[in-house]
Design a binder for this molecule. Structure first.
Ligand SMILES: [Fe+2]
Length: 159
């Protein structure tokens, strides 16, 4: 399983919609998934082009007034399997989510539309609810591979 966990999903920018949206294709290796993340006040529509993906939705961490700031695990809301050609929508009012390819045998490919486009979002630690800002990176833009430095600039949890 060690080899599988080193497979990184790739984000490939297809179109920037004159600054109005980002359209991208994500390729998911077997068993690979995203961190739990928000969507920076944007709309997000995702369609499965190959294979299937599993989406787990979480509630936002509770706002805390006390000083203790005890870590609190994120509350899971629902799990959905998104099959071939199916579409899923999320925005911040619907919570957070993690997306993963549940297959140990087949890769998955998904098409994502984000509007308005955003350059950073937040990722969350499931156990503590801790939030970390994360810059959005692309493996390729318009079919051209980006340089290695950009590809490696990943958040610690974006694994
Ligand atoms: Fe997402």
């Amino acid at each position: 399983m060690e080899a599988l966990s080193s497979i990184i999903y790739t984000r490939n920018l297809v179109d920037e919609g004159n600054g109005r949206f980002n359209l991208m294709v994500l390729c998911w290796g077997e068993g690979h998934g995203s961190a739990i993340h928000d969507h920076a006040n944007a709309h997000c529509v995702m369609k499965i082009l190959q294979g299937e993906l599993c989406e787990t939705r979480y509630a936002w961490p509770k706002k805390r007034n006390d000083e203790t700031k005890e870590p609190e695990e994120l509350q899971e809301l629902e799990r959905n399997t998104i099959g071939l050609n199916e579409i899923c929508y999320i925005n911040d009012s619907l919570g957070l989510h993690r997306v993963e390819n549940p297959s140990t045998a087949n890769p998955a490919i998904s098409l994502h539309l984000y509007s308005p486009p955003f350059s950073s979002c937040s990722v969350f630690n499931k156990q503590t609810g801790q939030r970390t800002s994360c810059k959005v990176t692309f493996w390729s833009k318009y079919g051209e591979k980006r340089n290695r430095e950009i590809q490696d600039a990943r958040c610690p949890e974006d694994n």
